[in-house]
Design a protein around this ligand. Structure first.
Ligand SMILES: Nc1ncnc2c1ncn2[C@@H]1O[C@H](COP(=O)(O)OP(=O)(O)OP(=O)(O)O)[C@@H](O)[C@H]1O
Length: 600
């Protein structure tokens, strides 16, 4: 259940990689209806922050929510968040259309959605081309198309303009503005303010993992005073006259000119005239946001010669983003026209339009009712979600696996059986399947433990004995580098299953040689089933309750009733002081199940 707000909250977020403090006590909000730029120089901590937001990396401290929920607790993530962290990993020989069809199948959206999003991002005419031959900019578009498949409410894009040509950047700008104008939320990162300046309304600037500015871009602009440079006949006389007029921020320059802050051209002209000083030239220098960006972020890998100071200080404090009101409804705003280069001939409709709601998958997002079990806690514990690609919805998996995208048999790399939740990546890629993003928590499964807090566990989670490889106070054993959240850890050795993954006969869709060590009878995403013949013998820590239609299966207690949506500054739902009833204690999690997949 989530509050449907489209709001992103990052609160006191901290991430240390050993001695490297990648993110330090970062807090900001991103509101729907606007495009927020997440800016900082290389190594500032942007990607790490986004990875924590998407449940790919466990924070050392603090928390993040989308729609009032940690990512791993979103019931239908791909309908809520579309994310692109890197536009890589496409199967090189798979066509763009087939790439998207694979995701359509797993998400349970109609196949024609693949063509819709191809057209939307201007790749309509390239749908039959193998993604391996795509340029970087085309890969960016394909990654964006993948993120849009679920018609998400929130878009999170890491350096989306990377590789785009000027026309592509202009198109992306129009697209994102229209997307936000339809009442949705857009968060884009960049290390170049100039690249996104015309796209964003709000800006969060970080450096060294810390917030330097958070607020409307206009306020940042206004905070910068213009500087007036004059060339007087007598610089000393003018400086004296200006100081007598209480304009004290006056700097004589080596070339005889005078730089003045805090006065208009007209004021300076009047004072000069009164003092009898001729002016041979007057030049007003408008505040340069790029310059300010350097000021705010200088010091972190700053190159020599980076301009320093001179334009006044940025506004004090960190302004809170302003909530938008009177926003347009989704679908109201056209997204503009993609560049001609990738336009699908003969397809005037379908793009230039906001994503349309479509029956079956485009219906308004279901809002759970307080006091009712969250989706997936019904009598049927079917439809557990496979590991989730970036921007994927936690849609029930198709029985028998995803349909073949235009090929006989199963799509390459896909198992012809329900995917194991949190199981090995499917699409035939060693390590990570293309564009897969985190889906740590399985819909309908026991809530995954929230990210750890330093020294104290997240509220609502009892202190559990530390697991091997687990961060102190953190979530269950972290994965290996290259692991996708929701997926298995990357094997340490080729051919060796990662810890917690038993070597088993190869299963279709699973990386060769290893398979999740799932217990017999265990439901995907659920704790081990009670032993046969022992009805009512629930897993440890779960209350035995008679099964009712529409209630959790036998042996499962009622899920906790949803408390009110968290307020800013408050921890998200489920982070209560007490361990919620029926939530699986951390040490009971099965390997590869639930849990945050990123390397903590
Ligand atoms: N898995 C990791 N292990 C160790 N250090 C890491 C890891 N991931 C990130 N870091 C470090 O954390 C810091 C922040 O990195 P991050 O990638 O978040 O920065 P960024 O702002 O996205 O940079 P860029 O603009 O270059 O992409 C860097 O010092 C980086 O080296």
């Amino acid at each position: 259940m989530h509050d449907g707000s489209g709001r992103i909250v990052v609160q006191n977020l901290t991430k240390n990689f050993g001695q490297v403090a990648a993110v330090q006590n970062l807090s900001f909000h991103v509101e729907p209806g606007s495009v927020t730029g997440f800016l900082g120089p290389n190594g500032a901590g942007k990607t790490t922050t986004l990875r924590m937001l998407l449940g790919l990396v466990a924070p050392t401290a603090g928390w993040t929510t989308i729609n009032g929920q940690p990512f791993h607790r979103l019931e239908n993530p791909a309908r809520v968040v579309g994310a692109v962290l890197e536009a890589q990993g496409f199967h090189p020989s798979r066509t763009a259309r087939d790439h998207l069809r694979v995701y359509c199948a797993a998400m349970g959206v109609p196949e024609q959605r693949a063509d819709e999003v191809l057209n939307l991002v201007g790749l309509g005419s390239a749908g039959n081309r193998a993604a391996g031959g795509f340029s970087l900019g085309m890969k960016q578009r394909l990654a964006l198309a993948t993120a849009l498949l679920g018609d998400p409410q929130v878009l999170v894009l890491d350096e989306p303009a990377n590789g785009l040509d000027p026309e592509g950047i202009a198109w992306l700008r129009t697209f994102l503005k229209a997307f936000a104008a339809s009442g949705r939320t857009v968060l884009i990162s960049s290390h170049l303010l100039a690249e996104v300046e015309q796209t964003i309304d709000h800006v969060v600037i970080i450096s060294h993992g810390q917030t330097r500015y958070n607020g409307p871009l206009d306020e940042l602009r206004k905070s910068q005073q213009s500087r007036v440079i004059v060339q007087p006949a007598d610089a000393n006389k003018l400086v004296t006259a200006l100081q007598e007029a209480e304009i004290s921020n006056v700097t004589p320059l080596p070339d005889g000119k005078v730089a003045i802050l805090g006065a208009t051209v007209q004021q300076i002209g009047d004072i000069a005239a009164k003092a009898g000083v001729a002016l041979y030239g007057v030049q007003e220098e408008k505040a340069d946001l790029e310059h300010l960006f350097f000021q705010l972020t200088s010091g972190q890998y700053a190159a020599p010669g980076v301009p320093q100071g001179g334009y006044g200080t940025p506004p004090g404090g960190y302004a809170q983003p302003v909530a938008q009101s009177g926003q347009a409804q989704p679908g109201q705003q056209p997204y503009g026209t993609p560049p001609q280069g990738y336009q699908q001939p003969g397809q005037p409709g379908g793009w230039g339009q906001a994503p349309q709601q479509q029956g079956g998958w485009g219906a308004p997002q279901q809002q759970g009712q307080p006091g009712t079990p969250p989706e997936g806690w019904g009598a049927q514990q079917q439809g557990q979600q496979a590991g989730t690609p970036e921007g994927w919805a936690a849609q029930p998996h198709q029985p028998g696996g995803p349909p073949a995208p235009g090929q006989a048999g199963t799509p390459e790399g896909w198992a012809a059986q329900p995917h194991q939740p949190g199981g090995p990546p499917a699409p035939g890629q060693p390590g990570t399947p293309e564009s897969w993003a985190a889906q740590p928590h399985q819909a309908g499964g026991p809530p995954a433990p929230p990210h750890g807090q330093p020294s104290t566990p997240p509220e609502g989670w009892a202190v559990q004995p530390q697991q091997p490889g687990q961060q102190p106070g953190g979530p269950p054993a972290p994965g290996q580098p290259g692991q996708q959240a929701g997926g298995p850890p990357a094997p340490a050795q080729p051919g060796t299953p990662p810890e917690g993954w038993a070597t088993q006969p190869h299963q279709p869709g699973a990386p060769e040689g290893w398979a999740p060590a799932q217990q017999p009878g265990q439901q995907p995403g659920m704790p081990p089933a009670p032993p046969q013949g022992q009805p009512g013998n629930p897993p440890d820590g779960r209350a035995a309750q008679p099964q009712q239609p529409g209630t959790p299966p036998e042996g499962w207690g009622q899920p906790p009733a949803a408390p009110p949506a968290p307020q800013p500054g408050q921890p998200p739902e489920g982070w209560n002081q007490q361990q919620p009833p029926n939530q699986q204690p951390q040490q009971e999690q099965q390997p590869g199940q639930g849990g945050v997949g990123g390397n903590a």
